[in-house]
Design a protein around this ligand. Structure first.
Ligand code: BGC
Length: 445
């Protein structure tokens, strides 16, 4: 089956700095918003925190060897902004740069291609103090940070992802407050969206200028949205949800503007736009990273002012779900790929994350996570179907290497192909990891 994807198809595994590194106060790193958020009572399940996480900061060599032994040729990781710039901007922390240099060199020595994500949700707290993503100055700060990374790592790293799931930052971080910095309020949503969308394009421009031959993308979450009924109100609600979840960050970059047609509320974003911004929002990305986990059913709701919609949870719909109650929907993956293929400006799609959390248990030293194996098989079949029908998909990254700090869920949700015992940091490859090893066996690297 692997052969069906073609020789050039890139198989990778994705991670994020904050979820695995630990060592949060080592070698000059300062707090990011998640360190502060995790110290607040009741924000993270079981009071968990990421001070040690998977201790990847110290164990990256063995962990990368494991990536190699599982057969993946591509490794996606993110850079912790506050390791590089403890104040968010200004003075560079050389030990932070040194860590990522060691990590990149280790990848290369193993024949693994490194993929850098510049921003995976861990904003330096120093910047949050001055408004974080609400403050338009974030565009300058982000450009400075991007340039430092480009200059430090661009000689060896070709693949770059500017932002990871900006919608999660705007929606969960600054609107519902479920994620750091937990700054709740619908009035934050539009300015934060606009500043993220500006940074998305600006980061692309910085990389284009400083890294010759860079392959530049950015990663967005996406979910195929179904209306709960054929009623006009539900169909309109589904279009609004689609505008928010799938169109909000790609369309301005493609020069199409924000998707106000489906969601008039978005016209208020003009209050935060300055002259020339429509141009500044554009960037011609080499690829779009799509991250898909589940599809969604929504209905109209009078109880939700502004959005006027609510999700019909999968758990109430009698459909198969993962351990987190997310609908298992390979057909949703297929549909969303077809939907993105319709954009003329999309050159290539990389599935930059896909995976599932289930309740794993260790029996006689083994983790037989057959549900996860089935999940991957079914989602990969959907990806293949879309590819065979002409969707330009160049690669697939499984989420994720290690069980890790799953944001507000703490360590309660395990997504890894490798089980981590957080008391001892012992790693054990799960059945799903072994399945990938077999599947990728012939991969030429
Ligand atoms: C994020 C990851 C996260 C995963 C599973 C994605 O939204 O990029 O950081 O762990 O989903 O929730």
């Amino acid at each position: 089956m692997k052969e069906d994807f073609g020789e050039d198809f890139q198989w990778g595994i994705a991670t994020a700095a904050y979820q695995i590194e630990g060592a949060v106060h080592e070698d000059g790193r300062t707090d990011c918003v998640w360190d502060v958020f995790a110290r607040k009572k009741g924000k993270i399940r079981n009071g968990d925190h990421a001070q040690h996480a998977c201790d990847f900061y110290h164990r990256y060599e063995q962990d990368l060897e494991m990536v190699r032994s599982l057969g993946f040729g591509q490794f996606r990781f993110s850079i912790s902004w506050s390791r590089i710039l403890p104040e968010g901007h200004g003075t560079v922390n050389q030990p932070g740069i040194d860590f990522y240099n060691r990590l990149i060199d280790k990848c290369l020595s193993l024949g693994i291609e490194p993929w850098i994500t510049l921003y995976h949700w861990d904003l330096p707290q120093a910047l949050e103090k001055t408004g974080g993503w609400k403050n338009r100055r974030i565009v300058e700060w982000f450009a400075e940070y991007a340039a430092i990374c480009a200059n430090a790592f661009g000689d060896r790293v070709r693949n770059w992802i500017v932002l990871n799931e900006p919608m999660a930052v705007a929606g969960l971080g600054y609107t519902t407050g479920e994620h750091a910095p937990g700054d709740k309020g619908i009035h934050h949503f539009l300015p934060v969206v606009h500043h993220l969308a500006l940074c998305q394009a600006e980061g692309g421009r910085v990389l284009r200028q400083l890294v010759p031959n860079a392959r530049i993308g950015t990663a967005i979450s996406c979910s195929y949205v179904y209306p709960n009924s054929t009623s006009a109100a539900d169909v309109r609600a589904a279009r609004r949800a689609d505008a928010l979840l799938n169109r909000l960050f790609i369309e301005p970059a493609l020069g199409l503007g924000y998707p106000k047609d489906a969601f008039p509320f978005l016209s208020n974003i003009k209050r935060f736009m300055r002259e020339g911004d429509r141009e500044k929002l554009k960037f011609d990305f080499d690829f779009w990273g799509l991250q898909n986990y589940f599809s969604m059913v929504v209905q109209h709701s009078y109880l939700a002012p502004v959005m006027w919609l609510k999700e019909v949870p999968a758990t109430l719909r009698n459909v198969p779900v993962t351990g987190m109650g997310w609908e298992i929907s390979p057909v949703g993956m297929y549909e969303i790929l077809k939907q993105f293929q319709k954009y003329e400006g999309v050159r290539e799609i990389i599935i930059s994350e896909n995976g599932a959390a289930f309740k794993d248990s260790v029996v006689d030293g083994e983790i037989n996570d057959h549900e996860r194996v089935t999940y991957f098989k079914r989602y990969l079949a959907a990806v293949l179907k879309a590819k065979q029908e002409g969707v330009k998909i160049g690669g697939y990254f499984a989420w994720t290497l290690l069980d890790n700090f799953e944001w507000a869920h703490g360590y309660s949700a395990r997504f890894g192909l490798v089980f981590v015992d957080f008391n001892t940091q012992k790693r054990t490859v799960k059945e799903s990891g072994k399945w990938f090893r077999n599947f990728l066996k012939d991969s030429k690297m």
